[in-house]
Design a protein around this ligand. Sequence first.
Ligand code: NAD
Length: 489
Amino acid sequence: MNAPGVLGTVPAKLYINGAWSESSNGERHPVTNPADASTLGDVAWATTADVDRAVAAARAAADDGRWSGLSGRERSRVLNRAAALLRERTEQFAQAESADVGKPILFARIVDVPTAIEQLEYFAALAQTMDGAVRETPLPALSYVRREPHGVVGLITPFNFPLILSVSKIAPALAAGNTIVHKPAEDTPLTALLTAQLLEDAGVPAGVINVVTGDGAALGNHLVAHPDVDAFAFTGSTAVGKRVAAIAGGNLKPIMTELGGNAANIVFADADLNVAVDAVINAFIFNTGQFCMAGPRLLVERPIHDALLGILSNAVPNIPVGRPSDPGTVIGPLISARQRERVEGFVNQAVADGGKIITGGSRLDLDGGYYFRPTIITGLGNDALTVREEVFGPVLTVQVFDTEEEAIQLANSTRYGLAAGVQTGSIARAVRVTKRLKAGIQWVNGWAMLDPSVPFGGYGDSGLGRESGPEALLNYTRTKSVTIAVPPA
Ligand code: NAD
């Protein structure tokens, strides 16, 4: 039983077929606050039998058409109601997200919740635009093409942006008429449960959305291998993404994967330095560096290298690192002790590889939380592990280049291809360089400028498929063609 506090506001059970229940074996699991390693409370910990129950509920709801049978306009109204309710519940969601992830409350309020609202509103609008096509053929027939929902979709999300990443999947999946079984990350289950409650209150019928909290490998594998789930969307690490994609692919089930990243941020000497500094800092400290589209690889053109590093080494130590609940905090803790050890390991390896720490490089001791100072490292070659791998912490490596060609080669020398940034005063260069960068999302003179209408997704080991935009709606549909004989009169 959870005491009052953040978890006191969350229905901390499994949400299956429109009802809240304990897991089949009664197990519950603690939720840790990364800011002080305390326990926020506990949530129900599902078994594979609970996943089967959730899939059965979603299957029945898909098969009887209680959601897909509504018009797009009716589904749109429900999604808009959910958006309006979320706006009213901003503070509840922001507090839960902040405590669960260690996210500064400032950003939970002004980024996470508003982004989720925008996703709901955008896909509410798109729900009314599901259309098909008529094909002109030489047959004595009428041929038309329909887009239909897959049926039951399985959604698996990571720990770093629980609300945004859940809603970025739920909104298009519901807009297209699917039913859902959602498994949030084991470390950060709270806002997925609040979202289920929100959707119920907005009028989503029982069985259409089901949420099971529990162990990633056990439940995730079971869900992805489940014969009654028709399609999947997975966001998480590349290693796990490849594993789940292999299972889904082996069963010929479509799967969309949004995976890891290790983006380059290229600063040319002709860039506006103030704009570039903002872009460089935001790209590696936002969400304590735990974001897939982070830009941890800074590539700087030689003439401005020293000036840019001078500004960064003065500015970065002054960025407020601290308690997420403090409205002035910009950098909170990492998600777990394990994640902090991992980040620390990359920093130690960088030093062993000849890297020089310009600022940061160490833990911050505060309340027993998992804090790590924002860190800048120079002097590493392109083969260094800390440059090659996704660190997923507030760590920036800096490399210098002399030509545009060299910058492009360095930027592309990664197996990932999610994001990239180009800071330049030249439009011609921006167009030329972005065309050659192998990344699915790119920004010029800024970082992480996002909108629900703009497709989001990666190349290479960063995954397959796109979230946001009409492209996302298409991911949650399949194509049917119908040809009706029309004998000549
Ligand atoms: P993760 O891969 O460890 O976990 C992601 C999800 O998969 C969680 O829900 C987890 O419980 C589940 N899971 C774990 N093992 C599983 C298995 N064997 N089968 C099925 N599901 C399983 O990732 P994480 O540590 O939570 O998140 C960080 C990673 O996510 C980073 O690599 C980051 O770049 C990536 N990410 C990508 C995007 C994007 O849009 N491309 C967005 C956010 C995060």
